[in-house]
Design a protein around this ligand. Structure first.
Ligand code: PEP
Ligand code: MN
Length: 264
């Protein structure tokens, strides 16, 4: 079902007035994690003012270490939904377990499956039973074939609203956190009809590389970008401050991107 042979035309996912997978670029911006009502409200305001369409933010965080901040949980979903409503943005948040799919879907417009859960088959199966759009991140050591098979689980369950997200893979290079696989963007679009979103924040792990890799992703044909932005990156509650743009950088990035492709 994920294959272009099965479905020759591009899949366009329409959420309210935003069409993902068409000719326009969708921009998802926001913090790694929802931290407080004030934090997410202020960042939502900045995302909207800069021209973004979707507010990102994790309420449940898949942390490598069990003692790291794990997210604020269900309250975070409420904080983000409120900020999205107030500022007229769609919202995307990560869901980690099948039990939380329904409550996350009640609060967010798009559900994110993180790189560590790309092959959490119970989660994928559960996401196949609803119609909420899913942004499926590529596992950091997964091939395109494994990635498309993971998408297939959701599609096979009956949910056609799947976006693929390239977020960098593990290589021998240690300067960057991951290696953003730019070739994945056109390759996945050739193999599949699903929209492809690029995540240069996790794909590089370095703020100064996010802007050039966003532009490169658009040049490679990405249907959208997901970008971390924080008002106070140095004091963010996850380690992702180092890859988060400052609000003024985010605003400038969107101005530049608009010259490359129309935004949604
Ligand atoms: C995130 O989007 O903050 C995140 C944890 O992403 P990934 O699953 O790609 O590491
Ligand atoms: Mn993050």
């Amino acid at each position: 079902l994920a294959s272009r042979d099965f479905h020759p035309s591009d899949t366009v996912i329409k959420i309210k007035d935003v069409e993902i997978g068409g000719d326009q670029l969708v921009i998802m911006g926001g913090p790694c994690a929802v931290e407080s009502p004030g934090q997410i409200d202020e960042i939502a305001r900045l995302v909207k003012m800069s021209g973004g369409q979707v507010l990102r933010g994790g309420a449940f965080k898949p942390r490598t270490g069990p003692y790291s901040f794990q997210g604020v949980g269900v309250e975070g979903l409420e904080m983000m939904a409120e900020a999205g409503r107030k500022h007229g943005l769609l919202t995307i948040t990560e869901v980690m377990t099948p039990e939380y799919v329904d409550i996350c879907a009640e609060h967010a417009d798009i559900l994110q499956v993180g790189t560590r859960n790309m092959q959490n088959f119970d989660l994928l199966r559960k996401l196949g039973t609803i119609q909420t759009p899913v942004l499926l991140k590529r596992g950091f050591s997964s091939t395109y074939d494994e990635f498309l098979n993971a998408a297939e689980y959701i599609l096979a369950g009956g949910n056609p609203n799947v976006m693929l997200c390239e977020r960098g893979i593990r290589t021998f290079e240690s300067y960057t956190r991951n290696t953003l696989d730019l070739a994945a963007i056109p390759a996945l679009q050739q193999l599949s009809h699903l929209p492809v979103i690029s995540d240069p924040s996790h794909g590089t792990g370095r703020r100064e590389l996010v802007e050039p890799m966003c532009k490169a992703s658009v040049a490679a044909g990405a249907n959208g970008l997901i970008v971390e932005m924080h008002t106070d990156p140095d004091n963010s509650m996850t380690g992702d401050g180092v890859q988060s743009l400052f609000p003024d950088q985010f605003a400038r990035l969107l101005q530049d991107l608009e010259k490359l492709a129309p935004l949604c």
